[in-house]
Design a protein around this ligand. Structure first.
Ligand code: AMP
Ligand code: MN
Ligand code: MN
Ligand code: MN
Length: 281
């Protein structure tokens, strides 16, 4: 069975509509598909209709932005928490997502001010043109603006030169706490899954502490096969899943043609000895 449990539509920072992502997943041989837009669930109903029309099983998902250890001493690390099999109408989840979406506008204004100081005017308006969902202005939309205006060759370069920590357009931001994100997902009947654990700038002991905290909050699954991991990281996080007794997930993190390393359904399968997060669905 081909399971892909991480992807984005224009409701967040993807390039395609939910129906187009569904078609792409279907073309990639996906049997069970989840849409997991950042901090947003509004595309799920349409995604389900499109997926089921194509004969795929659809899983309601979301990817919540978290700031782990926001205290000044730790500076805060942005972590992404995928929630699977959530009830998209759950009021606790909806209120939480609404709260973190609201902060994006102030961050975007600060990013645009910083970019202007760095000699790049018009970034707020420029980024907004790419954000189809006005509540979800993302760094990705700034990256597309920087590419459009010739400031970067591609979105990856735009992140590298302008939008990551220490670069002129990077603004520190407080997202949800780890406990909030896990709690909202659980309140909505869903399963919290640590997204792409290999992507965080944490030392091995810090990452171990993060997994301990996640587990203490009731967390039981991590992404092992993701478009964000290298082959070495597939093996490493498979081992982490074994050590902690975590279930394992698989998801391309597809954002659209030309912006993702892996198309939906194209990752290698999970190692056979791991328990897939979908084992009892
Ligand atoms: P935001 O939630 O607005 O801070 O944007 C985060 C999104 O930016 C992620 O979900 C990725 O889609 C994208 N992103 C982050 N880092 C990079 C990178 N180095 N290259 C390309 N896209 C990135
Ligand atoms: Mn994204
Ligand atoms: Mn992510
Ligand atoms: Mn993602």
């Amino acid at each position: 069975m081909n399971v892909d449990l991480h992807s984005h539509s224009i409701a967040s920072d993807g390039l395609l509509t939910a129906a187009e992502v569904a078609a792409r997943a279907h073309a990639g041989g996906v049997d069970v598909w989840a849409l997991t837009d950042h901090d947003e669930v509004k595309a799920l109903a349409g995604a389900r209709v499109a997926a089921e029309a194509l004969g795929m099983r659809f899983i309601d998902g979301v990817e919540i932005s978290v700031t782990w250890r926001p205290e000044p001493a730790h500076k805060g690390t942005t972590i992404h928490m995928v929630g699977l099999r959530i009830d998209p109408a759950n009021p606790v989840l909806l209120a939480g997502l609404q709260k973190i979406r609201t902060g994006r506008d102030t961050r975007a204004e600060a990013m645009a001010r910083d970019l202007e100081i760095a000699g790049i005017p018009g970034a707020l308006e420029g980024a907004k043109k790419f954000a189809i969902n006005p509540e979800l202005l993302s760094r990705t939309h700034f990256a597309r603006f920087l590419v459009e205006t010739g400031k970067a060759r591609n979105t990856h370069q735009a992140f590298h030169h302008f939008l990551t920590e220490g670069k002129p357009g990077y603004v520190v931001h407080q997202w949800a706490t780890l406990a909030e994100a896990v709690g909202w997902i659980q309140a909505a009947g869903g399963i919290p899954v640590v997204a792409h654990p290999g992507r965080y700038k944490l030392s091995a002991p810090q990452l171990a502490q993060f997994f301990d905290e996640f587990k203490a909050l009731g967390g039981a699954a991590i992404e092992v096969m993701t478009g964000s991991h290298t082959t070495d990281q597939y093996n490493h996080f498979a081992e982490v899943a074994r050590c902690y007794g975590f279930m394992a997930s698989r998801g391309s993190d597809y954002h659209g043609p030309g912006e993702s390393r892996v198309d939906p359904g194209q990752l290698p399968p999970l190692p056979a000895d791991l328990t897939p997060v979908w084992h009892d669905w």
